[in-house]
Design a protein around this ligand. Structure first.
Ligand SMILES: CC(C)(COP(=O)(O)OP(=O)(O)OC[C@H]1O[C@@H](n2cnc3c(N)ncnc32)[C@H](O)[C@@H]1OP(=O)(O)O)[C@@H](O)C(=O)NCCC(=O)NCCS
Length: 177
């Protein structure tokens, strides 16, 4: 049994990552990722994720400035458990929806304390990238995410009401210094 850690995406986690992606799809996450394509082009996919390039699922690329994003995978016992995306800075869209840090745990591994551990480990990455205070935006009904953010020191700022472009989001700041 090995300790959990955050690491750069790697082909060694292919099997568990693809199994997790099936679970993510079932709950409506990452639907833009085609399973067959990932299976056939995993090495290329991992290389792309490791480039600190912009958010791959930018909802409005035509009117939102792209920002660099570092992707880390949360792994334990050589298995993929979750993903953390750290955006190096905010654009006006991420200020309202998205924030600096996005995190997601494989559904079958939730409720065991891993989400909290994963987010805690993301804070030094944000710090390393020069982020002193990280913004996290969460749907107000997402109790698990809110508890996770609060457990990692998140301080509530406000709740932005939905517009035709943005869903309602509660905004929290985590001190990364
Ligand atoms: C948010 C998420 C990462 C939490 O992961 P997890 O491993 O289930 O969380 P943990 O087991 O570490 O629990 C963290 C806290 O949430 C609470 N919690 C967990 N599941 C819960 C649930 N379904 N309802 C209410 N609280 C819950 C835990 O009790 C714990 O709180 P505590 O510190 O007061 O005891 C996971 O639910 C997830 O991936 N959700 C989908 C993606 C998402 O919403 N990401 C956040 C968007 S920024």
């Amino acid at each position: 049994m090995t300790a959990s850690k955050l690491t750069r995406p790697s082909i060694e986690y292919k099997e568990s990552f693809l199994a997790a992606m099936v679970e993510y799809h079932k709950e409506g996450h990452y639907l833009y990722n085609d399973l067959e394509y990932l299976n056939n082009n995993f090495e290329e996919y991992v290389k792309l994720l490791s480039k600190d390039r912009g958010h791959p699922h930018q909802p409005h690329p035509e009117w939102v400035e792209n920002v660099p994003e570092t992707v880390a995978w949360f792994v334990k016992d050589n298995e993929y458990l979750g993903t953390v995306d750290v955006r190096h800075r905010l654009n006006w869209h991420l200020e309202k929806w998205g924030g600096h840090i996005h995190f997601i745990l494989r559904p079958s591994m939730r409720g065991k304390g891993f989400g909290k551990r994963m987010l805690q480990k993301a804070i030094p990455i944000a710090n390393y990238l020069g982020i002193e205070k990280a913004l996290l935006t969460v749907a107000p009904e997402n109790k698990a995410a809110i508890r996770t953010v609060e457990a990692c020191g998140g301080e509530y700022e406000d709740t932005l009401v939905a517009t035709n472009r943005f869903p309602t989001r509660a905004r929290y700041w985590i001190n990364c210094t």
